[in-house]
Write a protein that binds this ligand. Structure first.
Ligand code: NAI
Ligand code: MG
Length: 500
């Protein structure tokens, strides 16, 4: 359990073909517990040779898997949902140990992954093509949706199992095999998760995990010719590199990148609900979420009163052990991330923003040896400041005032990103206008940070390509074949176009 002395080092190999394997490099790297700061496990350093073995295993498994009756594939996904539920507590504890997020957040997240498997299990036997009228005589035309084959899933450290499942449940339901490259900071839970698939009835080798670094195992996957699609969640920079590399072998790409999401509060909003929504948007998960409401846009008439209440509530957040159910704010997951957040706090100060809460590492009661940053609020932020334009990915809120509704949308949309937006208002007309005017893949009205398997999720602009969740996402993991059958061959004159 997090918080206890790390007594014995665990060691994780690769997971290929349904077996634990040594990496070809023979090398391992260490992962730490963000709460104690102590190293607790070593992880295999995979590379190109290991990717090659994973591709081989996936190829065999995929042909078995796609030949199964759709109802059998559905049953395996539904059994997986049950297995996740029965293993949710140890899996959630493992995530906390590796990335420091609150157990109170990770347990429901792991349970939500079960819902994703259940949702796509329900769709796995409902893939239907269409019979298409073409107006050509004697011609019968229909479509088939076929799997892509082998897909690569590259995941980050903030919500390892949930962000993996956004891709994996859909990819498997669509008939594909997967090779996963989890974040080098949080590989353990993904490895233990992958070991559950065989018991659920999936062929060995359908789900493989090649751990390692982005520029080694990750890059080898992205350039491998047998991989049909790469789905990635993480930084804009890595997303760009992956997109470029994948283009060389014409792979499909799905990218879920960052955000600088506006959370907009109008003067008519239910005040207390909006305060809590603003806090949930940025301080839950210590701000380490792609959907963080990191820009709080406040209508000027309520600005001062709102900030005052925000500081009062956020200032009382209990910081400490992520396993303790009484904790509100846990540690920062990685050392580079911790340094990045502190750098942005300095940048905000140097740009002239006013720090009204936090603004420093937290070393008070409950901090143990962990990497903590106090919930931080900057007012007097202008939308052109770096603190308003760049993703911090930490508990740092930038407060920007506005006057009119038009100005709110103008500021909200003046960003390279477009992942999510929140709006707090009692005016139904304004709620509808906001849902049209905001350039974001998700718009929350009088709520924030909610989602699930049945709703499409993804970004506008630099926030990404493609959608996860919902029925349509299934087709993003398939390719469509059109079949023309001629009932009365009419190729007498080969030089004219048929049926025109
Ligand atoms: P990252 O984007 O570098 O890494 C994410 C994953 O991509 C990891 O598994 C990594 O090994 C892999 N990767 C990196 N470069 C690659 C390459 N060239 N080819 C193939 N795979 C590659 O994220 P990192 O460094 O862990 O976090 C940096 C920033 O990313 C954070 O400060 C935050 O702003 C953003 N981020 C966004 C997330 C989101 O949910 N959209 C999640 C985590 C981080
Ligand atoms: Mg770790």
């Amino acid at each position: 359990m997090a918080g206890e002395q790390e007594t014995s080092m665990k060691s994780y190999g690769l997971w290929i073909g349904g077996r634990r394997q040594e990496p070809a490099s023979g090398q391992y790297f260490e992962t730490d517990n963000p709460y104690t700061g102590q190293t607790w496990a070593r992880i295999a350093r995979g590379g190109a040779t290991d990717v090659e073995s994973a591709v081989e295993a996936a190829r065999h498994a995929q042909s078995t898997w796609s030949a199964l009756k759709p109802s059998e594939r559905a049953r395996a996904l539904l059994r997986m949902a049950e297995l996740i539920e029965s293993h949710s507590e140890p899996l959630a504890a493992l995530e906390v140990r590796d990335n420091g997020k609150l157990y109170a957040e990770m347990l429901p997240q792991v349970r939500m992954t079960a819902d994703w498997f259940r949702y796509y299990g329900g769709l796995a036997d409902k893939t239907e093509g269409a019979v298409i009228p073409t107006g050509r005589p004697n011609m019968f035309t229909f479509t088939r949706h076929e799997p892509l084959g082998i897909v690569a899933l590259i995941t980050p450290w903030n919500s390892p199992l949930l962000l993996l499942t956004h891709k994996l449940a859909t990819a498997l339901a669509a008939g594909n095999a997967a090779i996963i490259k989890p974040s080098e900071f949080t590989s353990a839970a993904t490895l233990e998760f992958a070991e559950l698939f065989e018991a659920a009835g999936f062929p060995a080798g359908l789900v493989n995990v090649v751990t390692g670094f982005g520029n080694e195992a990750g890059a080898a996957l992205v350039s491998h010719p047998a991989i049909a699609k790469v789905a990635f969640t993480g930084s804009e920079l890595a997303g760009q590199k992956i997109n470029e590399a994948a283009a060389r072998s014409f792979k499909q790409v799905a990218l879920e990148l960052g955000g600088k999401s506006p959370n907009i509060v109008f003067a008519d909003a239910e005040f207390e609900a909006a305060v809590m929504g603003a806090i949930a948007g940025i301080f839950a998960a210590s701000g380490q979420t792609c959907i963080a409401g990191s820009r709080l846009l406040l209508q000027r008439s309520i600005h001062d009163r709102f900030v005052e209440r925000l500081v009062e509530v956020a200032g009382k957040a209990r910081i400490g052990d992520p396993m303790d159910p009484g904790t509100h704010v846990g540690p920062v997951a990685t050392q580079p991330q911790y340094e990045k957040i502190l750098k942005y706090i300095e940048i905000a100060r140097s740009e002239g923003a006013r720090c009204v809460l936090g603004g420093e590492p937290y070393t008070g009661p409950g901090a143990s040896g962990g990497r903590f940053i106090s919930p931080t609020i900057f007012t007097g932020v202008h939308n052109q400041m770096r603190i308003a334009r760049e993703e911090v990915f930490g508990p740092v809120l930038a407060v920007i005032p506005f006057d009119s509704e038009d100005e709110a949308y103008q500021i909200a949309n003046d960003t390279p990103y477009g992942l999510a937006a929140g709006v707090w208002t009692a005016d139904i007309g304004r709620a509808l206008r906001a849902s049209e005017r905001l350039q974001a893949g998700t718009v929350w009205i009088n709520t924030y940070r909610i989602g699930g398997p049945s709703t499409p999720f993804g970004g506008y602009k630099h926030s990404g390509i493609g959608r996860e969740g919902g029925r349509e996402a299934l087709t993003e993991w398939q390719q469509t074949k059109t079949v023309w059958i001629c009932g009365k061959p009419d190729t007498k004159d080969p030089f004219v176009m048929r049926g025109s």
